[in-house]
Design a protein around this ligand. Structure first.
Ligand SMILES: NC(=O)c1ccc[n+]([C@@H]2O[C@H](COP(=O)([O-])OP(=O)(O)OC[C@H]3O[C@@H](n4cnc5c(N)ncnc54)[C@H](OP(=O)(O)O)[C@@H]3O)[C@@H](O)[C@H]2O)c1
Length: 312
């Protein structure tokens, strides 16, 4: 079959021949309709993700929309390396997949689930209703969806924080109540953006590194009411893999640090969350910006500064 193939983790994947998927026991072969190049897909293809030890040659692609042998169109993940969904066909666990509702295109569903789930799942676990939510790195695909997910789940106020003016404007268009530009001293702008009580309940962080530290310092400077803890959830680390947090930050404020990613939550939650996200997308509450290209263009399209969806 044809697939995007990683021959060398220092180079972009090539459109190439790859062995047909092996359909072992408990698996079915499915026709891939669309699969997105998320940040994690790029990181795995470059041999740099903590969840992957696969060596080249392999087919990247974590999730996507497929046509099952019974004709159903479902969103699914779960290919076994060296196979992935940036291919014409894939073998998936029997029973895997969430039906994609009519009215939602395969490309949109493929683009949506991974970035939207990164906020939808932690927000629904914590409970966003009536809360004030801060998104660090709100200007990317996942951050912009986090703004919308918080609103869709009933957050009272959503504040978008980032460095990219165009991205912050898009966050406002998509529902952010206030936007703040990243800087070293965020105490005053974050207090003002939070609204009359100046407090946050939930922080979703896509950046880590210096921006996350600046937010922690600002929260401490602005005082956190011990009766109203701040749930700080790290989701990505585009601004740095490491962060030094003084012990005093945690002891002098009711900040609860946690993370969301593969290994931090029961994966079964993804199925219900996916159904809920599809429903929200159909209601116009979740919009994802992406560009669709044929899979055969993988090599030239790979580095485009957009969320790419490849269609075999
Ligand atoms: N744990 C999960 O379940 C999960 C799921 C999805 C994504 N993620 C992670 O979340 C992160 C964001 O993903 P994404 O889908 O939003 O990526 P994306 O669409 O590529 O967007 C990245 C955004 O981050 C901004 N950015 C990058 N480096 C920055 C820095 N040093 N300071 C300030 N802003 C910076 C970029 O702004 P510029 O345009 O100015 O560069 C861009 O707006 C990634 O680390 C990804 O792996 C985790």
């Amino acid at each position: 079959m044809k697939a995007a193939v990683v021959h060398d983790t220092d180079q972009v994947p090539r459109y190439d021949e790859f062995a047909d998927p092996v359909v072992g026991e408990g698996r079915v072969e499915a026709e891939v309709l669309a699969s997105a190049v998320h940040v994690i897909v790029r990181t795995i293809a470059a041999g740099r993700h903590y969840s992957s030890t696969t060596k080249p040659p392999f087919v990247p692609g974590l999730d996507g929309v497929v046509r099952l042998p019974d004709g159903r169109r479902v969103y699914a993940a779960g290919a076994q390396p060296p196979y992935g969904l940036l291919a014409e066909r894939v073998a998936l666990p029997q029973g895997a997949g969430v039906d994609v509702p009519e009215g939602l295109s395969s490309a949109t569903a493929a683009a949506l689930v991974n970035p939207a789930g990164s906020s939808w799942i932690p927000l629904s676990r914590i409970g966003a209703e009536g809360r004030t939510v801060l998104i660090i790195g709100a200007t990317g695909t996942s951050g912009l969806l986090a703004v919308q997910a918080a609103k869709a789940q009933g957050a009272a106020r959503v504040v978008a924080l980032g460095r990219n003016a165009e991205g912050l404007a898009r966050a406002a268009e998509l529902g952010a109540d206030a936007t703040v530009t990243l800087s070293d001293d965020l105490a005053a702008p974050l207090a003002e953006a939070a609204g009359p009580d100046g407090a946050y309940d939930i922080v979703l962080d896509y950046l880590w590194g210096a921006p996350a530290r600046a937010v922690l310092d600002a929260l401490v400077a602005n005082k956190v009411d011990p009766h109203r803890p701040v749930r700080f959830v790290n989701i990505g680390n585009l601004a740095g893999a490491e962060l030094a947090v003084p012990a005093a930050v945690l002891r002098s404020s009711a900040i609860e640090l946690s993370g969301h990613g593969i290994g931090s939550f029961p994966l079964e939650l993804t199925r219900e969350a996916t159904k809920a996200m599809f429903a929200a997308a159909l209601e116009g509450k979740l919009t994802v910006d992406f560009e669709e290209r044929p899979l055969s263009e993988v090599e030239t399209a790979w580095d485009l500064p957009v969320r790419l969806v490849l269609v075999p």
